[in-house]
Design a protein around this ligand. Sequence first.
Ligand code: PMP
Length: 403
Amino acid sequence: TAPLMPRSHRDDFPGLAGNWAYLDTAATAQKPQMVIDAIARAYGTDYATVHRGVYARSADMTVAFEAAREKVARFMGAASPNEVVFVRGATEGINLIAQSWGERLEAGDRILITQLEHHSNIVPWQLLAAHKNLHLDVAPITADGRIDEAALIAMIGPRTRLVSIAHVSNVLGSVADVPRIAAAAHAQGALLLVDGCQAAPHMTLDMTALGADFYVWSGHKLYGPTGIGVLWARADILESMPPWQGGGAMIETVTYERSTFAPPPQRFEAGTPHIAGAIGLAAAVDYVESIGLDHIQAHEAELVAATRAALGQLNSVRLFGPDDSAGIVSFAIDGVHPHDIGTILDEAGVAIRAGHHCAQPLMGVLGVPATARASFGIYNDLSDVARLAAGIERVTRIFGAQE
Ligand code: PMP
């Protein structure tokens, strides 16, 4: 079959040189040359600090850094760039919320997460719960690997202060109905935090339409640099939050006795920011928008369908997650450890992830110690799916698994 996308998208990515099938984009995406070039320019001919310099180079860099914030705000449908805080990644974004917004919570308050959360949306709440004497509730998933939204909504009670869910599961690829959950949370006076790590690279985001209160994601999964990510929150909520880290750039005035703090987003960006990271992320947004998220979504849906069809033919393969997963297919093979699947595929030049995918408790729910996971990006095509399918057939032959 002809590739769905022109081969040229693959050619934009130097990391894909050599004839290998990269199927681990959910862990981290490869970088297009234009992102690498933007980072090189930021550290090279354009380099200077931001926000402080009185000289032209620094003023230019400040304009570029704030333009990156504006680009990100537009990309995710934020009402204002002031709602966009640059953080290290989704993990840091969630910890920032837990430590700053979480300060207002009181003993007996409840936080509601789901069974399919990444460790980064479990552990910060456990730390906060231990510190503040909170209850952490966990909503179940359905047999096909979605959040059981009716059950989750029924669990939101008068003491629930925050519901925190993955927009897209990094293991199952299932997509949550965020507006529905937001409405249910707000009806009980709770806020909604959405972990958008696996959504941002695969679908158009619109903060107004989603109706969440917090939204976090990581640049490196959107073909951008590591070390940069986004915490978005509604302006009135950010305004109400106390500083998180103290230092330069987040203050208004400082005396030996006390300090006053800058308005958001600067209040939450202490220290010299990841300047080149923000500029690289803006280039990644440009790259993704030049292809179009509608196009990317349709392309990845075809790759998921082809993968599920090919692997579904093998009796020994168990597929997890729903058919309409967003770019992710997790599976297991009877009697074969996922690490062995990964190793045999690697010998055939196919890179997948095998393990608990930082969602250890979910493995227990699925009844497996680990899964194998293939995940797709802009640069994959049907030839990658064919190589994966051939590799899996080889695994089943080697292990004598029932086909
Ligand atoms: N949430 C989800 C759903 C993820 O897939 C990931 C990354 N695997 C994270 C959070 C954490 O992202 P990061 O490691 O970039 O902070």
